[in-house]
Design a protein around this ligand. Structure first.
Ligand code: ZN
Ligand code: ZN
Length: 431
């Protein structure tokens, strides 16, 4: 019998060790910045009741109608794999009575998402997103808080050249009126719209604004813009967000065509675009969704959040030849030659870790040059080298990896010296 060779499911790639470095660096940095900004990590299951997504994202959207992975379990329950992060987090917020917690409730996640989409670079059927949700705060400052966190995160991993696009899509007061106005305008130009847009025009005219077809673009460019049709409350909210961003020196562009693919947004929507061409250049985004908690059966609760694609940010980093600065994990690599030196190195690594200085090494049986090459790949600022002679002398060589400068330091003092250089108090947490 011929051996069967299995393959991964199309669009659901393995992430191999070589690809993990950038991937994990992004995720780790995100979790750290979100924690620093007050967000607690939540992990919701990949499978939920299908109705959670149908209700939240909305029938008539591509995400629900065409891209949802749904299945019936053996008990006949209708389930679906999560296509985005917010619906499950909102379900958990309601289920665990978080509306009685001190508000705002701030949650963050780093999870796999699933969409039956045409696989292409950065658009896999299983992909990952990092995101936050803030519940219970209606003010424009909450929107600005979310936007600045996303912006700070992208800067921190090295993506400094992104464009942040901003729009308001109104609320239950003004959006229906605008939709009607837009539908009337589009109906007047229906013959010039593509087939998809003619269908969108009946289901959700806002989605026509997303279309990239040249014929539709010409129609869209003269369409009424929602920013000119906001009710006074939405207008004041949007002005507030813009003022915060101006105050914080965060650059943005107003994009009246930005409506995002999900139906539950209200008021602020934003999206980050990279430098690569094409639709997948959108790296991530978010907005306000004041109606979503109520829509899923909870009390009326204002909320704002975002989701950022991890694979896309990795592609963007690779395209720009960028390596994010090492998150404060491994700071010192300890290289050693021979068994007695390895033992000293092992002891030193433990002392460094106990003192809050990230350290690695000691397991290599390779020569010093190969170990230093690994230290280089890790991007550590310092390497400590312990050879046979050093063990006898009870000294180590401390190498500055950037300049290559080396100095001799007594073995008993090197941990304290490195702590001092990274200015970490003994036993302290490395920030
Ligand atoms: Zn179109
Ligand atoms: Zn409004």
């Amino acid at each position: 019998m011929a051996k069967q060779r299995f393959q991964n499911v199309r669009g659901m790639p393995d992430i191999l060790p070589a690809e993990q470095a950038l991937f994990q660096q992004c995720v780790t940095t995100f979790k750290r910045l979100a924690a620093e900004a007050g967000y607690g990590l939540i992990e919701t299951p990949a499978l939920e009741d299908k109705a959670v997504f149908v209700r939240a994202v909305g029938e008539g959207t591509d995400v629900v109608d065409k891209e949802l992975y749904s299945l019936n379990d053996r008990s006949g329950n209708e389930l679906a794999l999560r296509p985005e992060g917010s619906a499950g987090v909102v379900r958990a917020y309601i289920q665990h009575g978080m509306s009685s917690w001190p508000q705002p409730v701030q949650l963050c996640y780093a999870s796999a998402m699933f969409r039956y989409d045409r696989p292409q670079a950065g658009r896999n059927r299983q992909h990952h997103q990092v995101g936050v949700e803030m519940f219970g705060e209606a003010s424009a400052s909450a929107d600005a808080h979310a936007i600045t966190l996303a912006s700070r995160f992208y800067k921190r991993i090295g993506l400094t050249q992104l464009s942040l696009q901003l729009n308001s899509i109104g609320d239950a007061v003004c959006r229906p009126k605008y939709k009607k106005l837009l539908a009337e305008y589009l109906t007047g130009h229906e013959q010039r719209l593509c087939a998809t847009c003619r269908e969108r025009l009946r289901k959700n005219p806002l989605r026509v604004l997303d279309c990239k077809e040249p014929g539709c673009q010409a129609v869209i460019s003269a369409a009424p813009q929602i920013l000119n049709h906001l009710c006074p409350a939405c207008h004041a909210h949007f002005t507030g967000v813009v003022e915060y961003l101006d105050e914080l020196g965060i650059a943005y562009e107003l994009n009246p065509l930005l409506v995002r693919g999900l139906d539950y947004y209200s008021r602020t929507v934003f999206e980050f675009y990279g430098q690569r061409e094409g639709a997948q250049a959108s790296l991530g985004g978010g907005g306000r969704y004041d109606g979503l908690v109520e829509l899923l059966g909870g009390p009326p609760t204002p909320a704002v959040g975002f989701g950022l694609g991890v694979e896309r940010m990795v592609l963007e980093l690779e395209a720009g030849g960028l390596t994010p600065p090492l998150p404060a994990s491994v700071k010192v690599f300890v290289a050693s030659l021979g068994e007695p030196a390895r033992l000293s190195a092992f002891g030193l690594i433990q002392r460094l870790l106990d003192g809050g200085v990230g350290a690695a090494g000691a397991v290599d049986k390779n020569g010093i040059a190969a170990q230093l090459a690994r230290a280089n790949r890790l991007g550590v600022p310092y390497a400590v080298i312990i050879g046979q002679k050093e063990v006898l002398d009870q000294t180590v060589i401390l190498r500055d990896m950037a300049s290559g400068a080396q100095e001799m330091i007594p073995l008993g003092k090197v941990a304290t010296e490195l702590q001092k250089r990274f200015s970490i108090k003994a036993g302290g947490y490395d920030s």
